[in-house]
Structures are given as C-alpha cells and as structure tokens.
Design a protein around this ligand. Sequence first.
Ligand code: SF4
Ligand code: SF4
Length: 323
Amino acid sequence: MVRLNRRRFLKTSARSAAAAGLAGITGFKLSGVVVADDALESSPAERIESWIQTYTANSPRNSLRNSENEKAWEEPLVGFSRGDDPIFRQYKEYVGPFHWTPLEIFRLTFPDQSVKEEELTVISWILPHTEAIKADLRKRTKEPSEKWIRARLYGEQFNEELRKYLADTLSQAGHPAIAPVLSPLSKYENSERYGMAASWSERHAAYASGLGTFGLCDGLITAKGKAVRCGSVVARIRIPATPRPYNDHHAYCLHYAKGTCGMCAERCAGNAVSTSSGHDKNACMKQCTTTMRYADELGLKGGYGCGFCQTGVPCESRNPLQA
Ligand code: SF4
Ligand code: SF4
C-alpha cells in the first residue's frame, strides 16, 4: 500500500478527483492508496468533529424532501469513548452475548487485522431535530406530524450516509472504521433482561461517549434535548475519551433526579410509558407500527414515527437539570 503526504496527494490527484465529481469532499477513494490527513493525525477529535458538522451542514441529503426542502437536522454534537472502556463489556453482560463490544465488531469486520481494544475509538454523534419539526409534533396528540415522519424516514437515510461517509473517510486516511449498525452481521435478538435488543446500540454508544443520559421513556437526554437521533462509528484511531459529566444513567431526567415531571408518560400515544414501570418496549413498538398506515396515506411508503415522548416535554430541546 502506498502512503502519500496529503498535500502532495491532493496536488497530483486534484484533476482526477474533480473529474469524479468529488471536489470539496474530504477524503476520496483511490484504490490501494491511503490518503494521509495531517490535521487528522495532529488533532483527530477536532478534525472528525469538523467532518461530521460540515457534512451535516452542507449535504443536500440533510433534507425532509418536502416542497420547502427543509433540513432534517441541526448542528450535531460529537463525543468519543475508548475501545477499552469497561462500560462496553458491562453492556454485553447486561444485554447478552450477542451484543458487541467495539473490539468484537471491529474484528468481525477486519479479520486480518491484529488489534487491541485500546487502539480503538467509538465516535458518536447526536443529530438534533430542527425547531420546525419539533414545533409540528408538539401540537399533535394522536397521529404524528408529516414532518416528524419525513425526519424519521429521510433523516435516518441521511444518518446512514453520514455513517458511511465517516467510516470511508477514516478508512481512506489509514484508520479502518466500521459503522456497527450498517454491518451485514447486525441483528436483533432476545435479551433475557431487555426483550428484543440489537447487536449495537447507538444510544448506549452516545451515553458512553459523554453525550447524554436516559429518560423515563428510554430516550437519550442530551445537551440539545431528547428530540434527536444518534449514530456511531468504531475506528482504529486513538482519541482521548470525552468526559462523562454524570455518574448515573438517569442523571438528566427530572423523574429520576427529582421525582417530578412524568410528562413523557402523559404525552405517550401508546400507553407505553409510566412513572411506576418506565418504558414498555413492546407497547412502544406496537404503537410505532400503527403509524405506518398513516405514513402510507401521506405518500411516505416505508415511513413511520411516533416521538410524542420527545416533544412538548421539558427535556425536548435541552437537559432540564441545567439552567
Ligand atoms: S419528560 Fe420528564 S420524566 Fe420524561 S424523560 Fe423528560 S424529564 Fe424525564
Ligand atoms: S415513541 Fe411513542 S409509543 Fe413509544 S414511548 Fe414514545 S410516545 Fe410512547
């Protein structure tokens, strides 16, 4: 494999990149060549955060695809956790043997690489919904709003592209990376403790990466609130972990911290949240499935969405425990 200095590489290959329509995109594929990225090597956290934020700001795919071409996502939050953080082994113990640690999904994806868990970093991000999307759902009580369903459908398609973009860009810069939820090996299995659970949890990766804690309805309450979606990539790169400014996994929820609120239970459209027993995953899934018919009627085939617990509540757009 040939390793080139980034400046020299860009100079010699600018014409071919432009011809391929890739100008302006950081990192592009040239078979067998690793594009060294000086800024990535010297300040990896800042570089990666900038990639994620710039891609989200500029991609035409960050769109609800409605007539106004409204954006699906505001500026993301980004956090990092180490591959050898014991929290990932604890997740596995709680959820079940099928739940991956960062090392497991990395080795499954790159079986030829000899790697230790401390050489890996989990890069996690939060995509906050726009005010227009939240405002639309806030007004509703039974069926979700069209914008919310569009954000769930097209916004998540953008999130998939962001995962691929980041994993590809890092890999091309010499740091092999995988978005665990996009792995063909990713699946759902029954966990004795938690019912149906996935091989990888974006929200738990975000919790580990200092980005937020869980609420009564199981949504992740972040500095930009709970009306968000999460994404992550596991990469062979060493980046200091983002501090977790909490000791408890419910630290930002008013119900657990102060015994108040419970508004997500009141707003829940499927009786899936209660202050006595928390979130009922099966009832939630059932309610979300019922919205598919409504999405069909709107011409959004394959779409669905609920999210009443994420809007019109004190944790919608901020951490309610912070002034
Ligand atoms: S609405 Fe209230 S009870 Fe529900 S998660 Fe948010 S802070 Fe917690
Ligand atoms: S997504 Fe819908 S059904 Fe599920 S907890 Fe939230 S409001 Fe209730």
